[in-house]
Design a protein around this ligand. Sequence first.
Ligand code: SF4
Ligand code: SF4
Length: 94
Amino acid sequence: MADDSAKANETSANEKKTDEAVKQEKIKPVRTKPPLKIFYHWCKACNICIAFCPQKVFEPDRDGKPIIARPDDCTQCAFCWLHCPDLAIVSTEK
Ligand code: SF4
Ligand code: SF4
């Protein structure tokens, strides 16, 4: 019984350490779902989002449309969805 309690305390302490490390950005949080939704039927492959994303989150597919290649790098800065001329990008987190 005392063992279980000690393990629970240890787990809780480890979770706190992890939260602290994430806060201090020592560990990058991993997303479980894409940070953005792209409406490909509206996208005209103008390249604005791919070229100007400050985190280089996108890579072009063979038609020049953006693929979310590095979702964990997205900072939700809003540049892409505010500048997309066809309103083809929305955030899934804001
Ligand atoms: S929100 Fe900002 S960081 Fe995220 S994909 Fe768009 S431009 Fe890049
Ligand atoms: S800015 Fe919009 S229209 Fe242009 S490539 Fe990106 S999603 Fe497509």
